[in-house]
Design a protein around this ligand. Structure first.
Ligand SMILES: [Mg+2]
Length: 233
């Protein structure tokens, strides 16, 4: 493959978002006893479903960031029959907790250190400017690159072609020479492929591979990615 430039997704590719979300929600569940009207598993499942639906609405521009942040708690509480009087307070507490539980995906930091010895890299992330900037700082990603594309800053989200067009310009190479490493089939792999990029799909944290889903390289452990890149496929 021999890419000339490699972009990385951040959430659930480099930073273990799922773990931070689960741990932060567990703390919320323990702290706010109205939530204990359902089991912890029911609460987590309900929240994830609601959050997912609201993200789709946010992606379509039907709701804004504030609405998303509040409705995901209020909505889950309504749906589960929990009194939602403290929904806003809980939503704010969750965002505080979430940052406390950030950690790297296993092996990702070491892999990135190796990759930058051979390739220029950049980062593309869907998400909120303020939160994503804090993640970038937490992981000290600026030691690897100064190129960051954050969806909220440019007004459209992956897989929107504009994201990839802008990223291609910033990479200063042709689309065919760019590799995108990400975990989301719909945002990263589809978006990258539609832009004419090569794709490497990290599957360890994001469910199972469905029939017909493909990428140029599929991996579930980071040493496999570094091996693949070293061998110059
Ligand atoms: Mg991701």
């Amino acid at each position: 493959m021999n890419p000339k430039y490699i972009y990385f997704d951040i959430d659930n590719t480099l930073l273990n978002h799922s773990r931070a979300e689960t741990d932060a929600q567990k703390e919320i569940y323990q702290t706010y006893n109205e939530l204990q009207a359902v089991t912890e598993a029911e609460w987590l499942h309900g929240y994830r479903e609601m959050n997912h639906q609201l993200w789709i609405q946010y992606q379509k521009g039907e709701i804004d960031r504030e609405q998303l942040h509040h409705a995901r708690f209020k909505g889950t509480m309504h749906k589960l029959g929990i009194s939602s009087g403290r929904a806003e307070e809980i939503g704010s507490a969750y965002m505080m907790n979430y940052g406390k539980y950030w950690s790297w995906v296993d092996g990702a930091e070491y892999a990135l250190e190796k990759v930058v010895e051979q390739y220029p890299v950049g980062f593309i992330t869907n998400g909120f400017q303020e939160t994503q900037r804090k993640k970038i700082e937490f992981m000290n990603l600026e030691r690897f690159s100064k190129t960051f594309i954050i969806s909220e800053e440019i007004g459209v989200m992956k897989p929107h072609p504009k994201v990839f067009e802008l990223a291609t310009e910033k990479a200063k190479t042709e689309a065919i020479h760019i590799l995108y490493v990400g975990d989301s089939y719909s945002s990263d792999i589809t978006g990258g492929r539609n832009a004419g990029w090569k794709t490497a799909w990290f599957t360890a944290l994001n469910g199972s591979i469905q029939d017909g889903q493909t990428a140029d390289f599929i991996f579930d452990r980071f040493p496999l990615l570094t091996q693949f890149l070293k061998s110059g496929n």
